[in-house]
Design a protein around this ligand. Structure first.
Ligand code: FMN
Length: 296
């Protein structure tokens, strides 16, 4: 039988969350109203779409295709930049985490400054695999991860750093985030991937390649979290392919203190309540007894 978890609020990465289940960046987090709806639907916290230093229209379409057991996207980080700050006004005091990106530590700090006193934490996107000069372009270099983290941490807001799996050793990036002062690590963003249409003889995505998410990447995400748990001491938030209470428990046993859910929410916006109904019980185990237990 699957173990149950004790319900109640949790404190992870210096943020109070209503439960362990968080909306991942970029999925239904593009307006204040959609973020509020996800909290009403049972998410313990919500992460916004990634916001950058300049307004960005994103990549030309097609930007998203369904593939076996997942989704391939190359949205290209579309966002209105600073204007988005106003969307968060009605959510003051709620567990909202702003995802931000920049092309340098200084740009990260500028964008972070817009949000610092309006959100519970900032999540640094140093991991998007399809935005030239941003995301994984910085996040695959541990030195840059550390510098971006340190630049944003200087504002005094809790900082979560979201890592890319598109590296040989994700633990070097996790340790760099920890050295920079991060309150938590989020693992993982999408895996760089592509499909080609044999009929059209062309890549399917407008950007040619994109990032793979959903069920297909779950075992990779579990392995990344497991490796990070062995080498880092700040909390890890597991992300990638989670769609059931069983997946949440598996991620926790690998070492995740909480989880983020993306692609599965796109298919079922009610998924947080569904997972919570199966995961929690008033006499369930304390999370501390399960997190990382697969390492013993
Ligand atoms: C359509 C789409 C848009 C995304 N946008 C962002 C984003 O803006 N910032 C970010 O850090 N991650 C973004 N992601 C990555 C997700 O937050 C998540 O890390 C990834 O999809 C793996 O989790 P999942 O399998 O539960 O979706 C996006 C993913 C998808 C599918």
């Amino acid at each position: 039988m699957l173990p149950k978890l004790r319900n109640g609020t949790v404190h992870i990465g210096r943020v109070d969350l209503a439960n362990h289940l968080i909306l991942a960046a970029g999925i239904l987090g593009t307006t204040g109203a959609s973020l509020a709806r996800m909290l009403e639907n049972g998410a313990g916290g919500v992460v916004t779409k990634s916001i950058g230093p300049y307004p960005n229209a994103g990549h030309p379409g097609p930007c998203l295709v369904e593939v076996e057991a997942g989704v391939l996207n190359a949205m290209g980080l579309p966002n209105p930049s600073q204007e988005f700050v106003d969307e968060l006004a009605p959510l003051s005091g709620k567990p909202v985490i702003a995802s931000i990106y920049g092309g340098s530590p200084a740009e990260f700090r500028t964008v972070a400054g817009w949000f610092a006193d309006r959100v519970a934490a900032l999540e640094l996107n140093v991991s998007c695999p399809h935005a030239a000069g941003y995301g994984a372009a910085l996040g695959s270099d541990p030195r840059m991860v550390e510098e971006c983290t340190r630049a944003v941490c200087s504002l005094g807001v809790p900082v979560w750093v979201k890592l890319t799996p598109n590296v040989t050793d994700i633990t070097a990036c996790g340790q760099a985030a920890e050295r920079g002062g991060a309150a938590a690590i989020v693992a993982i963003n999408t895996l760089k991937a592509m499909r080609i249409s044999p009929e059209l003889r062309r890549p399917v995505l407008g950007n040619r390649f994109g990032g793979l998410s959903g069920r297909a990447i779950f075992p990779i995400a579990v392995r990344c979290v497991y490796d990070l748990y062995e080498s880092c001491s700040i909390p890890i938030i597991g992300c990638g392919g989670i769609s059931s209470a069983r997946d949440v428990l598996e991620m926790m046993m690998a070492g995740a203190a909480a989880v983020e859910i993306g692609t599965a929410v796109k298919d079922d916006p009610g998924i947080f309540a569904k997972i919570a109904a199966e995961l929690y019980s008033p006499d369930g185990a304390f999370a501390n007894d399960l997190v990382g237990c697969a390492h013993e």
